[in-house]
Ligand binder design. Sequence first.
Ligand code: ADP
Ligand code: ZN
Ligand code: ZN
Length: 763
Amino acid sequence: MYADIIVDISHEHLDKTFQYAVPDHLLDEIDIGVMVNVPFGRGNKIITGYVVNLTKQPSYDILKIKDIKEIVPQRVKTVERMIQLAAWLRHNYGSTMNQALKTVIPVKDKIQAKQRKIISLVVSKEEACTVLEQFQKKHAVAMARVLQALINEGKCDVSDIQTKLNITAKTIQALENKGLVQIETEHIYRNPIKGTILQNESVELNHQQKEAIHTFIEDYNNKIRKTYLLYGITGSGKTNVYIEMIEHVVNLGKQVIVLIPEIALTFQTVQRFYRRFGDKVSIMNSRMSKGERYDQFKRAMAGEIRIMIGPRSVLFTPFNDLGLIVIDEEHETAYKSEQSPKYHARETAVHIAETMSASVVLGSATPSLESYYRAQQGLYQLIKLDKRATGANLPNIYVEDLRKELNEGNRSILSRRLAAMIDDRLKKHQQVILFLNKRGYAGFISCRSCGKVFKCPHCDISLTHHINHYGNELVCHYCGYRQPEIKVCPECGSKYVSGFRAGTQQVEQMLSQTFPTAKILRMDMDTTSKKGSHEAILSSFANHEADILVGTQMIVKGHDFPHVTLVGILAADMSLYVSDYRASERTFQLLVQAAGRAGRAKMPGDVVIQTYTPNHYSIEAAKEQNYEQFYDEEIIFRQMLGYPPIQNILKISISSKNEDALLAACQDIAKWQDKIKSELLTKSKRSALSAESGLEMRMNGREELQITGPIKAPIYKLNDIYTQIILVKSKDYEILTDFKDKCDIYVRDNVMYKNISVQYDFN
Ligand code: ADP
Ligand code: ZN
Ligand code: ZN
């Protein structure tokens, strides 16, 4: 028996399987998905690897095939479908197989599930009280403290007692020797959401919610599996809809995965699921230890957990009969991985669902252009909720023109309207949220007098200010276009040409000067770096311990603050001009989600959006809270410039520490890509001819494949590594993956690329 093995080294040049022989004594244990130790290379260094295939046919000279050394003990065996999924990720997003395997196997080690020691009284409470008095008289403080705790609570966790009451193991031993307490070892699975109150949230679902659930259940019972886009405005009660759908699927004995962006994965949200499903539901998050994660996986595999909630990595929960994947806030950027393979959880979920005959429900108040486009094309089924479930009205939205404020002599960060409204809320003892989108902090460049934004002539993406050894430059983050800094606005002659450069800290200072009596909380990266500080700030604000909360986008997500009646967005443009083709989409989403924080309860809410470009369609559509209006404009922009979802983009980053080697490689690859381009195009035409239906579309598409670059990356040198980029665009995703595969093969066997790394990023 021979095993094909992916070695645990993520290097492009080793991205292939290696064959080893299975020694007789391992025949029983060997299986696809197990982890093994093997001798590798000339020195026969022992390294680990995953078995991805078993065969009786050797592919090499059997005299040269080495033996597997051993099976790594204490490893979780990977289920076979995860290996197939890894291959799919590798194909569609580009990475080594080893990186892809690491992605689909988030839990590798069998870490011993925690054993808990429980201490309890062996004597009656009355007796314990008598002994307690004696201890106190004798000043045996430590023993007295333990007894007191046990009298109050009955049972306690030994490690809790030790840490919280500052007790040593000796003291506990002494109590045990005196025959007062006993210690029992309890083997437990840790349920991370235990200890919450079980109280059913009973709301009478409204007509729209019932319709949505009915559609899903009807299909499900008719064995129809598909992807639904649940487009429901903020506060329309999407969570209740998910819960009913989930219950239906769980009652059929199937399992469910629920993705929620980590930032929105708050206690409040999780509790709503826990209340309905109790111990059947569990969560994963990045703060959990390896042992805790292993426990959850084991419980999932054993069928004890039926619903797993968490960020994108819970997609890889090894359920064996998955029935449904729910993705809440499906438009969130956090669903795309920043490491290779740079997979998107939404697309991956749809793929997993197809392979396991499950359905997918994507939910959002501001769907991604991709999802809404697919719904329009009939690939996803659109379900709409357009009323707030609590009956509360949507807020009043005011758009304030900051150019006008400046021209009329107001140089403050606050428009006159926003300042007056804050003052009014403080008097009424209501709360205010001020939101500063920090995404574009490094700065788009605009004229503060006329609002003109300086954009790349090739990409229609705003230029970003960079300081380097050429001096001040404006750079396009897409194509690498550069031009000297602009000092005077070519449109109106004003000298106020700059980036918007106020941070949350300055805003906080300015507020405390303007409103000296107001209590202000700030929430941003600086104030939330300590564990738990995030929750502390939010709960303090929820308890009305402050009047104003100033923060970055992290305050926008999923919190209900009933006393908030005013939300101010200080500079809506900041996200409008980050150099990203999704900038308008992000802005619209942020504005709508931020506005959704105002007036959630009985009191009506107001929203003030401050901007230099009040006529931009994403701001106009946000003012109307009208997603379709936004979509109709945005899809035209994507169409004209060939951005997703109309076309697909592959970004190839080529980097090296050696600049000369990099430049030589780029010259070489430029020649290679011209050759490959014509090859790919003839190939796609040929395949189109055989597949009749695609024929017309293919032949009419003039530019099926566009290549730009290699060109310097916007940040050309970072940590001593130089990077050049190539952008490849095509309507046909498969042409891009073909391009990637061919590039991979070309680079792998070419000495010129020995010290050069090639990375892929799709869309
Ligand atoms: P979304 O996720 O769509 O923004 P949520 O699911 O958070 O909305 O629901 C918003 C609020 O409305 C929650 O407090 C929820 O308990 C409440 N809610 C949901 N459905 C109903 C209903 N049918 N009747 C009354 N309140 C509801
Ligand atoms: Zn100007
Ligand atoms: Zn450009």
